[in-house]
Design a protein around this ligand. Structure first.
Ligand code: ADP
Ligand code: MG
Length: 263
């Protein structure tokens, strides 16, 4: 009801990169262990400004762990990740500032349940970016309109459907003017009839030029807007290919097998 989707415009246009001539995200030789269990093995890839990269692979292959390393929600033992010229693993890096530039959307929305929708949209703008209540509120309401949820500003998360909550979560991330957006299976907890409304918002965002790394098994989304597809298995990046090459014929047997099961 009243869902007008995400429209193009300055609100969702990512700010210019501070570093030029380098990838927006550079993942360079990342390995990570939980105790003696190696969860990531020498992962290397890059995401250019404006690129949309879909990450897929079997459950437990390390997809969530890898994207959480990008905004330092998970530490890694070896390698380096650079986001818009800032090293993730560096004593001099201001992690709250880095995280404020990397929007993240999770499977389970993770809105603050005790705060209204508009308060969800303004809290970090005020606390992290120091915006005034008026500025933060205006941006929050504008973004809520962009995801088609103007009428719900004063409700609480529990009063919204899963698809609506996930659109709020996307708007909340965008409120921080991120240079990149990370998504971890944003539609896999949703009832089937709500998947489309969330993917539509993500498609508009991709078309608006946002740099995106998206863990998803929604291959329709990948076909529509991905530039590249990464396939992970057992903590390794097994395939990293242009979309058409990936869907045309994945090089590895493991990716072929995976695709044959989900398509
Ligand atoms: P995916 O997102 O591809 O399903 P994850 O990145 O969540 O995979 O997990 C990769 C592997 O790491 C899995 O085998 C999982 O059980 C393991 N793992 C994830 N988090 C932890 C943790 N905190 N401690 C130990 N093992 C973990
Ligand atoms: Mg996962």
């Amino acid at each position: 009801p009243g869902d007008e989707g995400l429209q193009k415009g300055p609100l969702v246009t990512p700010p210019p990169a501070t570093a030029t001539g380098v990838p927006m995200i550079a993942i360079d030789g990342i390995s990570k262990w939980y105790g003696s269990f190696q969860v990531l093995t020498n992962c290397t890839t890059q995401v250019e400004k404006g690129e949309v990269v879909v990450v897929c692979g079997p459950s437990g292959s390390g997809k969530s762990t890898l994207i959480k390393c990008v905004n330092a929600l998970e530490p890694f033992q070896t390698g380096q990740i650079t986001v818009d010229g800032t090293k993730v693993k560096d004593k001099g890096t201001n992690l709250p500032k880095l995280r404020s530039r990397v929007g993240m959307v999770f499977q389970h929305f993770e809105l603050f349940p005790h705060l209204s929708i508009i308060a969800n949209l303004t809290l970090a703008q005020r606390k992290v970016l120091g915006r005034g209540a008026d500025d933060a509120g205006k941006r929050g309401r504008d973004l809520l309109a962009r995801v088609g949820l103007s009428a719900h500003a004063d409700k609480f998360p529990g009063q919204l459907s899963g698809g609506q909550q996930q659109r709020v979560a996307i708007a909340r991330a965008l409120a921080m003017n991120p240079v990149v957006m990370l998504f971890d299976e944003p539609t896999s907890a949703l009832d089937p009839e709500m998947v489309g409304e969330v993917l539509d918002v993500m498609v508009e965002l991709a078309r608006d030029g946002m740099t995106m790394m998206v863990v998803t098994h929604e291959m329709g989304f990948a076909r529509k807007v991905a530039d590249r597809v990464i396939f992970m298995d057992k903590g390794e990046i097994v395939e990293d290919a242009k979309k058409d090459d990936f869907f045309g014929k994945p090089r590895s047997e493991r990716a072929q097998h995976f695709l044959s099961k989900i398509l």
